[in-house]
Design a protein around this ligand. Structure first.
Ligand code: GAL
Length: 961
């Protein structure tokens, strides 16, 4: 066989490819053999598509001096930098926009793998027909050409979609040479402009599948549910005739024949699957059948006759070391985390996931919006001119993508909507996709956010609409086309979980639940796409020297790159909990409401606990009827235990898993509420000591102050430094907002107003009777606004009370980041507090804060946002103990402590920039500004603004025994 320099025209060809088999369902056969070709492959990287000829594909080629890569994998994440680097852009194409042309610099990875057929296959080979064996690629970015044993078998694009080739006639028992040339850039890249890392490679499985004579190529399981009669109807269409059996339902019918029997339906809450078998003369295929019917009815998305409320999340595939090459364990971890945090839905943003993920969604129960691998967002830069979705030349590629998604995933009960793609503008190509999808599968709805007129869709979908607009939509006051006005609404993206936040989820949820038309939403997004990095901890955009990048916009998930839940996920879990527990602790009853759409409460047990001053003084079980969805009951609480104390008392009522389930252990907390009974006594300190001047110091009870500045120096034997008013916090991503946002980007305005460089002018240190009073004015350089601040110290001889009075001066047009005091302690490690915990909370992210007694190290108080920023505040703190001090607040305060200053936190780009100093910096805040979602959405609601207003707050310090 002779080799020539391969033409690379296919790389820039708008067509989806050539040589591949028609798309079909993805499944694992019971008896047909398969051979995984995952593993170590030989690898050679070239700088251009045509730098090397195709002689490497020949049998006998010696690739002994090539490098190696793991398949599945992305080459840029392997080879310690020798194979190039990842690039992160949100929507900008990292190459000139000149479709379908791509740059000459087109990193091209030649992959080579030699394999033998397993011994037990040899009966069949080499006598196989062409279709007797299929070579399947589940995902290759972005374009591949494939040779088997020296024969060019085709090329393809469509990175997150499967491609199969008939290769039976080319196989031999031993020494098969599989050669795959992968180009980073191709015409397909124009269709794959999702907000994520550009990561070339064979990143999903490569498998050789035996296709025995008489086996089906494709089959379609139709399993609907009639909720009125309680009957399921099953029909399995197959291109090869066979029989379908479902032993549990006594079903044994021919393919193509419908059968109706009583069944339990499948829902995300009750994921009832029936095991069946499709048997053709050549093969047995296991089926996992879920009966459910999805319809658009009365302007609502209904499953099995009931409207559903999506409590969803957008999931990109991500692993901090392997990128989008995910193993089954990681996929299952995602699903279990979602289920344990009360999520009921996933949008597979923005491409079909690894097929095994959908098996898990079927099994554990999640509603899925399966999204096509399509985004052309970068065309927005040119007013959408030349957008491929509005250019007929590209329509075959779009239809190919739609078909590969639908055919692959059509047998999953979890998939309830097909999404045409994301942020691709509007155009004829999208309409063609929608029409094709409806023709092929009328049993699901069609979603696409980019067309607000809903021309092609069954649901009105938006992203990042603010609360007020969502409310208007809920009330039907949003106008729009005739069609749109009759459609249900979802937010396919909201709550931008970048860094600290998102704020405002509870307010959205209240609105969703108040209006039938609003069927919930999907928080953006599941996981931070940080890349594990030896020096930086986790890398983000720009860390690989990209000339064009979008920084840490790629780290905007509810879980950190290592899959630790961030406070945003804990908050979301609480906000969407499927049981509402409400009431007035004092009257001894609690109202329990089942907020599931389908499940009754029989899987849950309820427990009460009674707390006095943060200590649990009694616990017990609470009997709650197995309420049906939507039902409520008033449940009597027991007599409160005698506490013998006058402190704060409250009930905590929890809904727990009664037994271990597939996704959670027995006693896993599903929902909870705290109901206050008695209030805390305010702290009182009778001012009996008087300030005594001494050698450069003034003493007052246990405290010593600098006589000249009035600064607190020590309390007992605890040294205190730098105690003063503080208004600055290291802006969060949501404070800073995104560059395209409006003029309420507080993080930016705060800097313009100089709030990060406040000056403290000392006006007076006064001793008047029992009190030491320090008068100051705190104000930013270059501005006329300021805060008159008076510190008034009194003592009863053992305790020290500080009252801070703040009076704003001038025209304050921005809210304050925070308002409180900060100071340094020389040594502090353990912290104990009575207040909200265990995690951080801010005014609009505080739903999950549990009142109780908590303990932590200073280090554990920090929330490790990939880009350092304000974090770790604990809400509603009554008292805290650390570093030899006990601090009590009047009223409650926000508490934080860290081993670096706010200024250092603000300056850091990565967590590794933060080095602990000797001092622990403590902030006791009277107020914090809300968090909001402005890194890609609305800022905090005005009710969470910390306005510059007159304020007074006190703390009582005492040496801690
Ligand atoms: C949306 C987009 C997502 C992501 C998000 C911001 O516009 O659909 O892919 O970019 O914004 O993180």
């Amino acid at each position: 066989m002779s080799f020539r320099t391969t033409s690379t025209d296919y790389v820039e060809d708008v067509s989806p490819g050539s040589g591949a088999l028609p798309p079909r369902a993805w499944y694992a056969s019971s008896d047909a053999k398969s051979l995984s070709l995952n593993g170590t492959w030989r690898f050679r990287l070239s700088p251009t598509a045509d730098a090397e000829d195709d002689s490497f594909a020949a049998q006998g080629y010696d690739a002994g001096d090539w490098a190696e890569v793991a398949v599945p994998g992305h080459w840029v994440l392997q080879g310690d930098g020798a194979f190039g680097a990842p690039i992160y852009t949100n929507h900008l194409y990292p190459f000139p926009v000149d479709p379908p042309r791509v740059p000459t610099e087109n990193p091209t990875g030649d992959h080579l793998r030699v394999f033998d057929l397993p011994a037990d296959w040899s009966d069949e080979w080499p006598a196989l027909s062409e279709r007797g064996a299929v070579l399947r690629f589940d995902g290759v970015e972005s374009c591949a050409r494939v040779w088997l044993n020296g024969t060019d078998i085709g090329e393809f694009k469509g990175s997150r979609l499967p491609h199969e080739f008939a290769v039976g006639h080319l196989l031999k028992p031993a020494g098969n040479v599989l050669a795959v040339r992968v180009h980073q850039w191709s015409a397909g890249s124009y269709l794959e402009d999702q907000d994520q890392w550009w990561l070339p490679g064979i990143f999903r499985d490569v498998t050789l599948l035996h296709r025995p004579a008489g086996s089906a190529a494709d089959f379609f399981v139709h399993a609907s549910y009639d909720h009125v009669e309680g009957l399921g109807t099953l029909r399995v269409d197959s291109d090869v005739d066979g029989r379908v059996t479902v032993p549990e339902l006594d079903i044994d019918v021919a393919t193509g024949e419908p059968v109706t029997v009583p069944v339990e339906p499948w829902t995300a809450e009750t994921p009832r699957l029936y095991d069946g078998v499709l048997a053709t003369s050549g093969e047995r295929v296991p089926l996992r059948i879920g009966f459910r019917t999805v319809v658009l009815e009365d302007g609502l998305i209904k499953v099995n006759g009931r409207a559903v409320l999506f409590k969803g999340v957008n999931r990109h595939e991500w692993h901090p070391e392997r990128g989008r090459a995910l193993d089954l364990r990681t996929m299952r971890e995602d699903v279990l985390l979602m289920k344990r945090h009360n999520l009921n839905a996933v949008r597979t943003s923005h491409y079909p996931p690894h097929p095994a993920f959908l098996d898990l969604c079927d099994e554990y129960g999640l509603w899925v919006i399966d999204e096509c691998d399509l985004e052309t967002h970068g065309f927005t830069e040119q007013g959408w001119r030349n957008n491929p979705v509005d250019d007929d030349r590209w329509t075959p590629a779009l239809l190919d993508r739609a078909a590969r998604m639908v055919e692959r995933d059509k047998n999953h009960p979890s998939v309830v909507m097909w999404s045409l793609g994301n942020e691709a503008g509007t155009g004829r190509g999208l309409t063609a996709m929608a029409e094709w999808i409806r023709g092929r599968d009328s049993s699901r709805l069609v979603h696409y956010e980019g067309d607000w007129n809903c021309r092609d869709t069954d649901v009105y979908s938006r992203m990042y609409a603010d609360h007020a607009e969502v409310e208007r939509i809920g009330r039907g006051l949003d106008g729009g086309t005739h069609k749109r006005r009759h459609l249900p609404f979802i937010q396919c993206e909201y709550g931008h979980a970048m860094g600290n936040g998102p704020g405002g989820l509870a307010d959205y949820q209240r609105i969703f639940e108040a209006h039938e038309r609003l069927q919930g939403g999907f928080v953006w997004e599941w996981i931070d796409h940080g890349i594990k990095h030896p020096e930086l901890g986790y890398a983000y955009g720009g860390d690989f020297g990209e000339e064009l990048h979008d920084g840490n916009f790629v780290c905007d998930g509810l879980i950190f790159p290592d899959r630790t839940p961030s406070p945003g996920l804990v908050e979301y879990k609480k906000v969407i909990e499927p049981v509402r527990i409400e009431g007035d602790g004092a009257d001894g009853t609690v109202r329990v409401t089942n907020a599931y759409d389908f499940a009754d409460l029989s899987a849950l047990a309820f427990a009460w606990a009674y707390q006095a001053d943060g200590e649990t003084v009694g616990t017990g079980a609470l009997r709650v009827p197995a309420l049906a969805p939507g039902e409520s009951a008033e449940v009597k609480l027991p007599e409160p235990p005698e506490t013998g104390r006058s402190g704060q008392t409250l009930w905590t009522v929890r809904a727990l898993l009664a037994e271990e389930t597939a996704w959670g252990p027995k006693d896993h907390v599903v929902a909870w509420a705290q109901l206050p009974v008695g209030e805390r006594q305010p702290v009182s300190v009778t001012a009996s000591a008087t300030p005594v001047p001494g050698e450069g110091l003034i003493t007052l009870g246990p405290a010593a102050f600098d006589a000249r500045t009035g600064a607190l120096r020590s309390l007992g034997d605890v040294g205190v430094t730098g105690l003063r008013l503080d208004v600055w916090r290291a802006p969060t991503d949501n404070d800073d907002g995104a560059s395209w946002q409006d003029d309420t980007r507080w993080g930016v305005l705060w800097r313009t107003h100089g709030l990060h460089r406040m000056r403290h002018r000392l006006d007076a240190v006064e001793r008047d009777g029992d009190a030491l009073t320090v008068r100051t004015r705190v104000a930013p350089a270059a501005r006329e606004v300021g805060l008159r601040t008076v510190y008034r110290w009194t003592s009863d001889g053992t305790r020290l009370r500080l009252t801070v009075s703040v009076t704003p001066e001038g025209d304050w047009t921005v809210p304050l980041p925070r308002l409180g005091i900060r100071f340094g302690l020389a040594r502090a490690d353990r912290v104990e507090w009575y207040g909200g915990g265990p995690g951080e909370a801010y005014p609009d992210t505080r739903s999950a804060s549990v009142l109780g007694r908590w303990e932590s190290s200073v280090d554990e108080l920090q929330t490790p946002y990939v880009r350092p920023q304000e974090n770790g505040a604990r809400a509603d703190v009554r008292w805290a103990r650390l570093g030899g001090l006990r601090i009590e607040g009047d009223p409650e305060f926000w508490f934080s402590a860290r081993r670096w200053t706010t200024e250092q936190l603000d300056a850091a780009r990565h967590l590794t920039d933060l080095t602990p100093g000797d001092t622990v910096w403590v902030n006791l805040d009277h107020g914090q500004q809300g968090i909001g979602s402005q890194s890609c959405g609305p800022g905090p609601l005005p009710r969470y603004f910390l306005r510059a207003e007159p304020a007074e707050f006190s703390f009582v310090f005492s040496p801690d025994a």
